[in-house]
Ligand binder design. Structure first.
Ligand code: C5P
Length: 310
Protein backbone atom coordinates (compact mmCIF):
# COMPACT_ATOMS: atom_id res chain seq x y z
CA UNK A 1 0.00 0.00 0.00
CA UNK A 2 1.26 3.54 -0.78
CA UNK A 3 1.91 5.86 2.16
CA UNK A 4 -0.63 8.71 2.37
CA UNK A 5 0.70 12.07 1.13
CA UNK A 6 0.36 14.59 3.98
CA UNK A 7 -2.06 17.50 3.53
CA UNK A 8 -0.23 20.82 2.78
CA UNK A 9 0.22 23.11 5.80
CA UNK A 10 -0.12 26.92 5.71
CA UNK A 11 1.32 29.29 8.30
CA UNK A 12 0.64 33.02 8.69
CA UNK A 13 3.54 35.04 10.01
CA UNK A 14 3.78 38.80 10.69
CA UNK A 15 6.36 41.45 9.88
CA UNK A 16 7.91 43.53 12.66
CA UNK A 17 8.83 47.08 13.38
CA UNK A 18 11.32 48.13 16.06
CA UNK A 19 9.82 50.57 18.57
CA UNK A 20 13.31 50.99 20.03
CA UNK A 21 16.64 50.01 18.52
CA UNK A 22 19.87 50.78 20.35
CA UNK A 23 22.91 49.56 18.43
CA UNK A 24 26.07 48.88 20.43
CA UNK A 25 29.56 47.84 19.42
CA UNK A 26 30.53 45.43 16.67
CA UNK A 27 31.38 42.00 18.10
CA UNK A 28 34.16 39.66 17.00
CA UNK A 29 31.65 37.75 14.84
CA UNK A 30 30.78 40.93 12.91
CA UNK A 31 27.32 41.37 14.47
CA UNK A 32 26.36 44.41 16.54
CA UNK A 33 25.23 44.05 20.12
CA UNK A 34 21.61 45.27 20.27
CA UNK A 35 18.88 46.24 22.68
CA UNK A 36 15.63 46.44 20.75
CA UNK A 37 11.88 46.33 21.25
CA UNK A 38 10.28 44.26 18.51
CA UNK A 39 6.57 44.77 17.76
CA UNK A 40 4.75 42.39 15.38
CA UNK A 41 2.27 44.19 13.12
CA UNK A 42 -0.58 42.98 10.90
CA UNK A 43 1.31 42.78 7.61
CA UNK A 44 1.61 39.05 6.97
CA UNK A 45 3.33 36.57 4.73
CA UNK A 46 1.73 33.17 4.18
CA UNK A 47 3.93 30.12 3.88
CA UNK A 48 2.52 26.86 2.48
CA UNK A 49 4.59 23.67 2.51
CA UNK A 50 3.65 20.50 0.64
CA UNK A 51 5.39 17.24 -0.20
CA UNK A 52 6.52 17.49 -3.83
CA UNK A 53 8.51 15.71 -6.55
CA UNK A 54 9.78 19.16 -7.61
CA UNK A 55 11.19 20.60 -4.39
CA UNK A 56 12.01 24.29 -4.14
CA UNK A 57 10.67 27.76 -3.34
CA UNK A 58 7.95 29.63 -5.24
CA UNK A 59 7.01 33.25 -4.50
CA UNK A 60 3.75 35.07 -5.25
CA UNK A 61 2.61 38.69 -4.67
CA UNK A 62 3.52 42.04 -6.37
CA UNK A 63 7.10 41.91 -5.10
CA UNK A 64 7.71 38.25 -6.05
CA UNK A 65 10.36 39.14 -8.66
CA UNK A 66 12.58 40.68 -5.93
CA UNK A 67 12.77 37.46 -3.88
CA UNK A 68 15.34 34.74 -4.74
CA UNK A 69 13.92 31.24 -5.23
CA UNK A 70 17.25 29.42 -5.06
CA UNK A 71 19.06 27.92 -2.06
CA UNK A 72 19.95 31.43 -0.78
CA UNK A 73 16.29 31.98 0.22
CA UNK A 74 16.13 31.83 4.03
CA UNK A 75 12.96 29.70 3.80
CA UNK A 76 14.92 27.03 1.91
CA UNK A 77 17.71 27.24 4.48
CA UNK A 78 15.02 26.53 7.09
CA UNK A 79 13.93 23.43 5.10
CA UNK A 80 17.53 22.16 4.99
CA UNK A 81 18.16 22.86 8.67
CA UNK A 82 14.98 21.13 9.86
CA UNK A 83 15.60 18.25 7.39
CA UNK A 84 19.02 17.67 8.97
CA UNK A 85 17.66 18.04 12.51
CA UNK A 86 14.80 15.57 11.92
CA UNK A 87 16.71 13.36 9.48
CA UNK A 88 13.89 13.86 6.94
CA UNK A 89 13.96 14.09 3.12
CA UNK A 90 13.62 17.68 1.90
CA UNK A 91 11.11 16.72 -0.82
CA UNK A 92 8.99 19.82 -0.23
CA UNK A 93 7.68 22.78 -2.17
CA UNK A 94 7.52 26.04 -0.19
CA UNK A 95 5.12 28.68 -1.52
CA UNK A 96 5.59 32.20 -0.08
CA UNK A 97 2.75 34.74 -0.47
CA UNK A 98 4.41 38.07 0.30
CA UNK A 99 2.53 40.76 2.21
CA UNK A 100 5.61 42.02 4.08
CA UNK A 101 7.83 44.41 2.06
CA UNK A 102 10.99 42.87 0.61
CA UNK A 103 14.32 44.32 1.89
CA UNK A 104 12.18 46.74 3.90
CA UNK A 105 13.50 46.49 7.46
CA UNK A 106 10.42 44.49 8.55
CA UNK A 107 12.16 41.09 8.69
CA UNK A 108 10.15 39.57 5.83
CA UNK A 109 12.82 36.97 4.98
CA UNK A 110 13.10 36.05 8.66
CA UNK A 111 9.30 35.73 8.86
CA UNK A 112 9.37 33.28 5.93
CA UNK A 113 12.06 31.20 7.65
CA UNK A 114 10.08 31.12 10.93
CA UNK A 115 6.89 30.27 9.03
CA UNK A 116 8.66 27.45 7.19
CA UNK A 117 9.94 25.91 10.46
CA UNK A 118 6.44 25.89 11.97
CA UNK A 119 4.74 24.67 8.76
CA UNK A 120 7.24 21.83 8.20
CA UNK A 121 7.04 20.74 11.84
CA UNK A 122 3.29 20.38 11.14
CA UNK A 123 3.72 18.65 7.75
CA UNK A 124 6.27 16.17 9.08
CA UNK A 125 4.38 15.78 12.39
CA UNK A 126 7.51 16.53 14.43
CA UNK A 127 7.13 16.85 18.15
CA UNK A 128 9.34 19.90 18.69
CA UNK A 129 9.34 22.17 21.71
CA UNK A 130 9.22 25.98 21.30
CA UNK A 131 12.83 25.99 22.62
CA UNK A 132 14.07 23.58 19.92
CA UNK A 133 12.41 25.72 17.26
CA UNK A 134 13.93 28.88 18.80
CA UNK A 135 17.46 27.40 18.66
CA UNK A 136 17.04 26.63 14.95
CA UNK A 137 15.49 30.06 14.37
CA UNK A 138 18.50 31.82 15.94
CA UNK A 139 20.84 29.80 13.73
CA UNK A 140 18.97 31.03 10.63
CA UNK A 141 19.04 34.77 11.43
CA UNK A 142 18.87 37.42 14.14
CA UNK A 143 15.15 38.24 13.67
CA UNK A 144 13.81 34.71 13.09
CA UNK A 145 13.27 33.96 16.81
CA UNK A 146 11.04 37.01 17.18
CA UNK A 147 9.00 36.05 14.09
CA UNK A 148 8.19 32.76 15.86
CA UNK A 149 7.06 34.52 19.03
CA UNK A 150 5.38 37.68 17.73
CA UNK A 151 3.70 40.11 20.14
CA UNK A 152 5.96 42.76 21.62
CA UNK A 153 9.32 41.70 23.02
CA UNK A 154 12.72 42.98 24.07
CA UNK A 155 15.51 41.51 21.93
CA UNK A 156 19.14 41.43 23.07
CA UNK A 157 22.38 39.82 21.87
CA UNK A 158 22.26 40.19 18.11
CA UNK A 159 18.46 40.35 18.46
CA UNK A 160 17.87 36.61 18.89
CA UNK A 161 17.38 36.59 22.70
CA UNK A 162 13.72 37.42 23.29
CA UNK A 163 11.80 38.39 26.44
CA UNK A 164 8.07 39.17 26.02
CA UNK A 165 6.86 42.65 27.04
CA UNK A 166 3.54 43.42 28.61
CA UNK A 167 1.51 45.51 26.16
CA UNK A 168 -2.18 44.78 26.31
CA UNK A 169 -3.25 47.81 24.34
CA UNK A 170 -3.42 47.67 20.56
CA UNK A 171 -1.49 50.38 18.71
CA UNK A 172 -2.45 51.69 15.28
CA UNK A 173 0.11 52.22 12.54
CA UNK A 174 0.49 53.46 9.01
CA UNK A 175 3.29 51.71 7.17
CA UNK A 176 4.90 53.51 4.20
CA UNK A 177 6.59 51.11 1.77
CA UNK A 178 9.51 52.52 -0.21
CA UNK A 179 10.15 52.15 -3.93
CA UNK A 180 13.53 50.50 -3.37
CA UNK A 181 14.94 48.27 -0.63
CA UNK A 182 18.02 48.76 1.57
CA UNK A 183 20.44 45.97 2.45
CA UNK A 184 20.71 45.38 6.20
CA UNK A 185 24.53 44.87 6.28
CA UNK A 186 24.98 48.10 4.25
CA UNK A 187 22.89 50.08 6.75
CA UNK A 188 24.83 48.70 9.75
CA UNK A 189 28.10 49.53 7.94
CA UNK A 190 26.87 53.08 7.26
CA UNK A 191 26.11 53.52 10.97
CA UNK A 192 29.67 52.37 11.80
CA UNK A 193 31.01 54.86 9.24
CA UNK A 194 28.92 57.76 10.61
CA UNK A 195 30.01 56.94 14.16
CA UNK A 196 33.69 56.71 13.21
CA UNK A 197 33.45 60.09 11.44
CA UNK A 198 31.68 61.79 14.37
CA UNK A 199 33.75 63.62 16.95
CA UNK A 200 31.27 63.06 19.77
CA UNK A 201 30.12 59.80 21.36
CA UNK A 202 26.44 59.24 20.66
CA UNK A 203 24.38 58.88 23.87
CA UNK A 204 23.05 55.40 24.66
CA UNK A 205 19.32 55.16 23.95
CA UNK A 206 17.42 53.99 27.07
CA UNK A 207 14.76 51.29 26.68
CA UNK A 208 12.84 51.98 29.93
CA UNK A 209 10.65 54.86 28.62
CA UNK A 210 9.36 52.62 25.80
CA UNK A 211 8.54 49.79 28.21
CA UNK A 212 6.70 52.20 30.54
CA UNK A 213 4.76 53.67 27.64
CA UNK A 214 3.79 50.19 26.40
CA UNK A 215 2.58 49.17 29.87
CA UNK A 216 0.54 52.39 30.12
CA UNK A 217 -0.84 51.94 26.60
CA UNK A 218 -1.16 55.66 25.78
CA UNK A 219 -0.02 56.10 22.17
CA UNK A 220 0.94 59.75 22.86
CA UNK A 221 3.41 58.66 25.51
CA UNK A 222 4.70 55.87 23.26
CA UNK A 223 5.18 58.38 20.43
CA UNK A 224 7.59 60.37 22.60
CA UNK A 225 9.79 57.35 23.35
CA UNK A 226 10.16 55.72 19.88
CA UNK A 227 13.72 55.71 18.53
CA UNK A 228 16.03 53.85 16.18
CA UNK A 229 19.83 54.20 15.98
CA UNK A 230 19.76 52.84 12.42
CA UNK A 231 17.51 55.67 11.23
CA UNK A 232 20.36 58.15 10.65
CA UNK A 233 22.21 55.53 8.59
CA UNK A 234 19.13 54.65 6.53
CA UNK A 235 18.42 58.35 5.88
CA UNK A 236 22.06 58.92 4.93
CA UNK A 237 21.77 56.15 2.28
CA UNK A 238 18.24 57.10 1.16
CA UNK A 239 17.84 60.85 1.84
CA UNK A 240 14.26 60.92 0.46
CA UNK A 241 13.19 59.18 3.68
CA UNK A 242 13.32 62.60 5.38
CA UNK A 243 10.41 63.75 3.21
CA UNK A 244 8.47 60.55 3.91
CA UNK A 245 8.94 60.94 7.68
CA UNK A 246 7.88 64.61 7.58
CA UNK A 247 4.85 63.87 5.40
CA UNK A 248 3.49 61.24 7.83
CA UNK A 249 3.66 63.62 10.77
CA UNK A 250 2.12 66.48 8.71
CA UNK A 251 -0.69 64.07 7.80
CA UNK A 252 -1.55 63.71 11.51
CA UNK A 253 0.56 60.80 12.82
CA UNK A 254 1.82 61.14 16.42
CA UNK A 255 5.35 60.12 15.36
CA UNK A 256 7.17 58.35 12.57
CA UNK A 257 10.33 56.29 12.44
CA UNK A 258 12.30 54.12 10.08
CA UNK A 259 11.57 50.44 10.72
CA UNK A 260 14.76 48.52 11.59
CA UNK A 261 17.32 49.04 8.81
CA UNK A 262 14.62 50.62 6.62
CA UNK A 263 13.57 51.94 4.23
CA UNK A 264 10.00 51.17 5.38
CA UNK A 265 8.66 53.92 7.69
CA UNK A 266 6.14 53.30 10.46
CA UNK A 267 3.81 56.03 11.75
CA UNK A 268 2.06 55.72 15.10
CA UNK A 269 -1.52 57.05 15.15
CA UNK A 270 -3.85 57.67 18.08
CA UNK A 271 -6.73 55.52 16.79
CA UNK A 272 -7.76 53.16 14.00
CA UNK A 273 -9.77 55.98 12.35
CA UNK A 274 -6.84 58.36 12.51
CA UNK A 275 -4.61 55.72 10.88
CA UNK A 276 -7.04 55.44 7.95
CA UNK A 277 -6.99 59.24 7.50
CA UNK A 278 -3.19 59.48 7.76
CA UNK A 279 -2.81 56.62 5.26
CA UNK A 280 -5.09 58.34 2.73
CA UNK A 281 -3.20 61.63 2.99
CA UNK A 282 0.23 59.99 2.88
CA UNK A 283 -0.77 57.95 -0.18
CA UNK A 284 -1.56 61.20 -1.99
CA UNK A 285 1.71 62.90 -1.00
CA UNK A 286 3.85 60.95 -3.48
CA UNK A 287 6.57 60.17 -0.94
CA UNK A 288 6.45 56.35 -1.03
CA UNK A 289 5.47 53.38 -3.20
CA UNK A 290 2.36 52.48 -1.25
CA UNK A 291 0.86 52.67 2.25
CA UNK A 292 -0.79 50.11 4.51
CA UNK A 293 -2.79 50.45 7.71
CA UNK A 294 -1.74 47.98 10.41
CA UNK A 295 -2.13 47.24 14.10
CA UNK A 296 0.05 45.54 16.65
CA UNK A 297 0.89 43.53 18.56
CA UNK A 298 -0.19 40.37 16.68
CA UNK A 299 0.88 36.74 17.33
CA UNK A 300 3.92 35.14 15.70
CA UNK A 301 4.01 32.24 13.20
CA UNK A 302 0.76 30.21 13.49
CA UNK A 303 -0.74 27.40 11.44
CA UNK A 304 -3.81 28.66 9.55
CA UNK A 305 -6.91 26.66 10.39
CA UNK A 306 -8.80 26.36 7.07
CA UNK A 307 -12.14 26.34 8.97
CA UNK A 308 -11.45 29.61 10.77
CA UNK A 309 -12.71 32.89 9.25
CA UNK A 310 -9.77 35.08 8.02
O1 C5P B 1 21.18 37.86 11.25
P1 C5P B 1 20.84 38.38 9.91
O2 C5P B 1 21.31 37.46 8.80
O3 C5P B 1 19.43 38.79 9.73
O4 C5P B 1 21.71 39.72 9.75
C1 C5P B 1 21.94 40.30 8.50
C2 C5P B 1 23.13 41.24 8.60
O5 C5P B 1 22.80 42.39 9.38
C3 C5P B 1 24.36 40.66 9.27
O6 C5P B 1 25.17 39.97 8.34
C4 C5P B 1 25.07 41.92 9.79
O7 C5P B 1 25.77 42.57 8.75
C5 C5P B 1 23.90 42.82 10.17
N1 C5P B 1 23.57 42.71 11.60
C6 C5P B 1 24.42 43.25 12.53
N2 C5P B 1 24.11 43.14 13.88
C7 C5P B 1 22.96 42.54 14.27
C8 C5P B 1 22.07 41.98 13.33
C9 C5P B 1 22.41 42.08 11.99
O8 C5P B 1 25.46 43.82 12.20
N3 C5P B 1 22.70 42.47 15.58
Amino acid sequence: MLAAVPVPVTVRVPGKINLHLAVGDVRDDGYHELVTVFHAVSLFDEVTVATSDVPGVEVTGDTAAEVPTDATNLAWKAVELLGRHADHDTDVKVVLRKGIPVAGGMAGGSADAAGTLVALAGLWKLDLTREELAVMAAELGSDVTFALHGGTAVGTGRGERIVPVLSRHPQHWVIALARQGLSTPTVFAELDRLRAASETESPVRAVEPVLEALAGGDPRQLALSLGNDLQAAAVSLAPDLRRTLRAGVSAGALAGLVSGSGPTCAFLCDSADSAVEVAAELAGAGVCRTVRVAHGPVPGARIVDENEPP
